[in-house]
Write a new protein. Structure first.
Length: 202
């Protein structure tokens, strides 16, 4: 489906090609214009690097290469596959809103969910083979969140943000919460801390 490389993130120049949208955390994916892809901001790349640090020990040596772009026509945050690459595309206004309301951990969680789709393609049984692709991507996001060492408040805010921006294919929040907790605890996170944060998310 996409080239499986050993680097998580690569900054590649955009080009016009047929694109398959694997997942979008919002509606309006049909309005995405690949020709408007641009280089990501420094802040976005820094958050991608934090995710890279969190996930590399888990996915190595088969971490997929994913390009990062910003595009105001993107449906919030998207994983897009073209014939030559997989890429994470975000709407800068979406990232700013999430950051302002829920903090950096929430933005990283959005990236992690999209990246989770790529990881699920490589490691389909990491969190069990049941559930939908969206739930398995949520489990990968939960895994990444566990490695961020967020404060209890930061974790609650992150879960709130994740709950507010599902993809059109996502099931209800209770099932998503189970998947997030599964990934969180299987990657070393404290289940009691997760449960406390889940009870406080607004």
């Amino acid at each position: 489906m996409w080239n499986k490389r050993y680097l998580l993130w690569a900054l590649l120049l955009p080009f016009n090609a047929n694109a398959e949208i694997v997942c979008a955390l919002g509606s309006g994916a049909a309005s995405y214009k690949i020709s408007e892809d641009q280089r990501p901001t420094g802040d976005a790349m820094e958050m991608a690097r934090r995710l890279n640090t969190a996930l590399t020990p888990i996915c190595s040596p088969k971490c997929p290469q994913i390009a990062v772009f910003r595009n105001s026509t993107a449906a919030n945050a998207m994983l897009v596959v073209t014939p030559d690459q997989a890429k994470f595309v975000y709407a800068p206004q979406f990232f700013q809103t999430v950051y302002d309301n829920y903090g950096e951990g929430a933005v990283i969680a959005m990236i992690a969910h999209e990246f989770g789709h790529a990881l699920d393609d490589i490691y389909p049984g990491r969190f069990g083979r049941g559930g939908t692709p969206e739930l398995r991507a949520d489990a990968w996001a939960g895994c990444a969140i566990s490695k961020l060492d967020l404060s209890p408040t930061g974790l609650a805010e992150t879960l709130t943000a994740v709950s507010k921006y599902p993809s059109p294919a996502h099931p209800g929040w209770p099932l998503r919460l189970v998947a997030l907790r599964l990934g969180f605890t299987q990657c070393g996170g404290d289940g009691a801390k997760f449960d406390s944060a889940a009870g406080k998310h607004r």
